[in-house]
Design a protein around this ligand. Sequence first.
Ligand SMILES: Nc1nc2c(c(=O)[nH]1)N[C@H]1C(S)=C(S)[C@@H](COP(=O)(O)OP(=O)(O)OC[C@H]3O[C@@H](n4cnc5c(=O)[nH]c(N)nc54)[C@H](O)[C@@H]3O)O[C@H]1N2
Ligand SMILES: Nc1nc2c(c(=O)[nH]1)N[C@H]1C(S)=C(S)[C@@H](COP(=O)(O)OP(=O)(O)OC[C@H]3O[C@@H](n4cnc5c(=O)[nH]c(N)nc54)[C@H](O)[C@@H]3O)O[C@H]1N2
Ligand SMILES: [Mo]
Length: 723
Amino acid sequence: MRARAVEEAIPTFCAMCGPGPGCGIYAHVRDGRFAWVEGMRESPLNRGRLCAKAYAAPEWVYSPQRLKHPLRRTGEKGEGKFEPVSWDRALDLIAGRLKEQKEKYGPESLAVLAPARRTYSDFLNRFLVAHGSPNYGHSGICAMQKAFAFSYTLGGTPFPDIGRSNLVVIWGKQPVYSGSTRSNLKDILDARDRGARIVAIKPTMEPDVALCDLWIPIRPGTDAAFALAVLHTVVGENLYDAAFVSEWTYGFEELKDHVRKYTPDWAERITGVAAKQIVHFARLYASVKPACIDHGNGLEHAPSSNDAVRAVAILTAITGNLDRPGGDVFPSGGGMPRPKSPGIKDHYTSEWIDRLVGPEFPKPFQPWMEGTSSAYYRIIESVLTEKPYPVRTIISPGTQPAVSTRGTRNVLAALEKLDFYVVVDVMQTADMRYADVVIPVASMYETDHPFEFTPDWIMARRRVIEPLGDYKSDYEFWFDLAVKMGYGKDFWGGRIESCMNDLLEPLQLTMEELRKHPTGIVFPRKPPVYEKYAAVFTRRSTRLSREPFLPQGKVAIYNTTFEEHGFEPLPVWVEPPESLTGTPELAGRYPLVFSDFHTSKVYNAGWLRNLPCLREVLPYPTLQMHPDAARPRGICNGDWVTVESPHGSMKIRAEVNEGIRPDTVMALHGWWQGCEELGLPGFPLLDGGANTNSMYSVDARKAYDPLTTAMSSQTLVEVKKAD
Ligand SMILES: Nc1nc2c(c(=O)[nH]1)N[C@H]1C(S)=C(S)[C@@H](COP(=O)(O)OP(=O)(O)OC[C@H]3O[C@@H](n4cnc5c(=O)[nH]c(N)nc54)[C@H](O)[C@@H]3O)O[C@H]1N2
Ligand SMILES: Nc1nc2c(c(=O)[nH]1)N[C@H]1C(S)=C(S)[C@@H](COP(=O)(O)OP(=O)(O)OC[C@H]3O[C@@H](n4cnc5c(=O)[nH]c(N)nc54)[C@H](O)[C@@H]3O)O[C@H]1N2
Ligand SMILES: [Mo]
């Protein structure tokens, strides 16, 4: 007789959006094997809802592409020849090299890359501080750029109060895909049922556009021009909230003069949106009250991104939609005290800041949010240009520079030239063949730390299965390495439990206590702060920044802080490096605008395409294309096409439909993986592949936002049917 299968449901977090706070799940373990995933209803974050990625977790954990043993390079760089070594030996190799280089080239020769916020991000910074390097290689591509513009204009990043709104503007975001279980999707659906109007501003039509009354298909990278023309109309037609403007804004008179030249006709030529429609949107947004803006990553990837976000923030404020129910509001700070942050602050002297290899934000604005930071791509660039000095060692803990940042050709050349490259990942990565040492780490289902929290919920992560090979967690990697480097005193002597307990102290909890609450502890969330703008937000700065964001204690329409440091005090328009209106000379050979987006229904950035249960949903990289662009080129839906820009080329399949501007083609970024089980190939990182980041300019003068280093993801292309 066969014994009945033993099944256990272990409450923990999903890890399929990467190492960040995930949705609550029950991980079902059957006969010692992680078998399936169920949504956790007790979690206030997702309330039982999950997305396709969550259900794919067991396939991810047991994937044949998992890294099981630390590896050390034996062949040439790029050749992909390695030999397995023990965890201890691998860490000795890294520590040895770091010590040697610190001695020879100074501690700043080490950089750690981390584009997105991770649960372990603070420890990356902490390690760098202990080592003596300011070069935390942050972003330039995600979230911080928007946060910067909002903070220096409004005092913080507001969120849309969709639940009370009568007009919801989805701007550069795809709420159905980017976090369907926990984002604003449910609120948008409810708003729709309530009769609120919905508008989407973005070049492509995703499922959320089906809920919209109005879709404004803007040309990629032109939001600053569009928003300036909207401001022109709102100001010119006296559609602003005079009372709010006079009490709570600084520099409105200057704005009035400034936006006179940004007429809707001027913007039509740049944005491709008809002047009539710009005026219509301005009147709609300024008259339907209250109205909110749900802003996304689409606003962050252009050389004018800081000004686009500033203009959007100013629009919110002068129409009286800031800090009002149903508008864009500020969180109350949540129901629970924040756990302590493990960061180390005292090192951020001007000497420290001066050593940044390529500041993410200009030096007067450092440190910011997470500490000092160099722009992700500028670190890579320094390896090639050796200016102001070359970074010698890069550690990539859960990031793939070859697909995540622009300029793939340069990225690969830099990885080849680097003295020492370390990859720390769960799975084989796009650039591990350039690594000197590869460190496998436990997936989040194989560790019992950290705890994770949202403003109203805290829970300890639980181990679902034992590690499948010779590896430990991300935390253990940094703690073990710190001890080997002699930085143990900054890393709780290598004891993670002590560290966690220390961080939990403000909540009067320990890990042991927390584990006694299997589904975590819920702290009732406080409602947003309404109409407390004066008291709460105008005096704020981050825990790290040295000056208040709003020196006048009011919305900074005219930004004296920027002006003092030599930047534009009012938002202006800057063309992307290649565009129809900025470089018309290129448009003959490359007549279509090309850009990309980040989220899809089944993948994360540049990973998960190796999992059959996800890959069968979206098997091929596609180029969204309007029939009017496809027809004259003899291209039909499903055809393979080559896409050529001045910097690179891709070969992907055409997806022909009317949900995109006729002068624009768009693709999902992050393609390189194959899926053996489905017989689907991987793709080259450079020409003939599907890597959008190989297509863009990285020209230091044109490809960056001058203030926030946001990088352009717009170029011009020609598309042809492939042979
Ligand atoms: N052209 C273009 N470029 C973009 C974007 C875009 O829209 N267009 N989007 C940008 C944005 S918003 C972001 S956030 C970045 C994303 O950029 P990255 O964060 O660099 O994303 P990935 O390249 O997917 O790398 C994530 C890696 O983390 C690994 N991983 C998953 N879980 C763990 C774990 O627990 N521990 C460790 N150590 N590794 C883990 C995965 O296997 C994968 O290799 O890309 C940016 N780049
Ligand atoms: N499934 C899934 N969910 C995720 C992630 C994931 O990888 N997979 N990643 C997470 C991360 S790191 C992030 S940053 C968020 C990102 O989530 P979102 O903020 O939703 O960003 P995107 O998915 O890039 O969608 C951007 C939208 O803006 C449009 N767009 C592109 N360029 C422009 C432009 O110039 N102007 C305007 N107005 N619109 C433009 C695109 O066509 C697309 O509709 O998602 C998070 N959630
Ligand atoms: Mo992101």
